[in-house]
Design a protein around this ligand. Structure first.
Ligand code: SF4
Length: 302
């Protein structure tokens, strides 16, 4: 076994027979946990950019963002096919007609073979899922629900603005439509023990979910989490601690679940701590090495 987990690039290569690259898109949408519908402060670790590039606000259309990134990806990775990844904020948080315009615009660009839509579990309904389902032939369609933790006490602590039940409902509504479901989990959330993180992994392992993104919680400037950290009320995971928990989580997840991400991706200029989070390739190697040392793999304990 080369990689001891089902990695996303290999999964895409298996389907399309070539290197497929994800292109991040900022469609200028917002989030109900920021615009006042649910809350105004947002999740405690989120800054005003909401993981966005700000491209839309700079007047760069969805199609133009795809075209520009395509040129770069083709050069850097020799990619020939692309997934349009609507990443910033909540990408189902708009009327269906507007969402359709954005998604259509991305899919019109030659070489785009699929969509990945990042959103909150409380931002979908049957009409939005009908729209996404309509693309599943011929496109690959993933929806990515931010869950972060299956523990309501943690979701309250981080000001998520939704509970675990809301995620369960979204998953039930999405099933049997040909839409692939990915879940985002964050390791190292305030107040969470290793047991709680593993408990979340066990919970999602039994829900028939197709993929997962594992994130490290890091502290970003200007967030409520930064204030907690500066008051000494939050401690980040150490690198080896994170690596060990990731390996524990992988062991609990079904072998066929696609691992789309193994750590966070901080902007160096926005990061407060931990600085080791910038050493992504070192973290990847440590995960691989730990699995080898344990003679372990994804699904070993599922
Ligand atoms: S749901 Fe996402 S965009 Fe909205 S506040 Fe939380 S992290 Fe930020």
């Amino acid at each position: 076994m080369d990689k001891r987990y089902t990695d996303y690039n290999s999964y895409l290569r298996q389907i399309f027979g070539c290197r497929v690259q994800k292109i991040s898109i900022d469609a200028g949408l917002t989030c109900p946990n920021r615009d006042g519908r649910i809350g105004t402060g947002g999740c405690i670790y989120c800054n005003a950019r909401g993981s966005g590039t700000g491209a839309f606000a700079q007047g760069i259309s969805v199609a133009e963002q795809v075209v520009r990134s395509k040129v770069l990806m083709a050069k850097r990775y020799k990619a020939t096919k692309y997934i349009a990844y609507f990443q910033s904020f909540s990408n189902t948080y708009a009327p269906v007609s507007i969402l359709k315009r954005f998604y259509d615009e991305a899919l019109m660009v030659p070489g785009v073979v699929g969509l990945a839509i990042g959103t909150r579990p409380d931002c979908v309904d049957a009409a939005i899922l009908d729209l996404l389902e309509s693309y599943t032939d011929p496109y690959l369609v993933w929806i990515e629900y931010g869950l972060q933790s299956a523990h309501d006490q943690t979701l309250r602590r981080i000001n998520r603005g939704h509970d675990f039940n809301s995620f369960q409902k979204a998953v039930a509504l999405t099933r049997n439509r040909g839409i692939k479901i990915c879940t985002h989990l964050i390791l190292g959330l305030p107040g969470e023990t290793r047991e709680m993180m593993l408990d979340t992994a066990k919970t999602i392992a039994g829900m028939g979910i197709d993929g997962v993104k594992l994130h490290l919680l890091y502290v970003v400037k200007g967030t409520a989490l930064e204030a907690l950290y500066l008051q000494g009320q939050y401690r980040c995971l150490e690198q080896q601690e994170y690596v060990d928990i990731v390996c524990d989580v992988l062991e609990l997840l079904p072998r066929e679940m696609v691992i789309q991400r193994l750590t966070g991706d901080p902007h160096p200029e926005e990061l407060v701590v931990p600085l080791w989070s910038l050493q992504k390739s070192q973290t990847f190697s440590m995960i691989q090495e730990t699995l080898v040392n344990r003679d372990s793999w994804q699904g070993k304990n599922s």
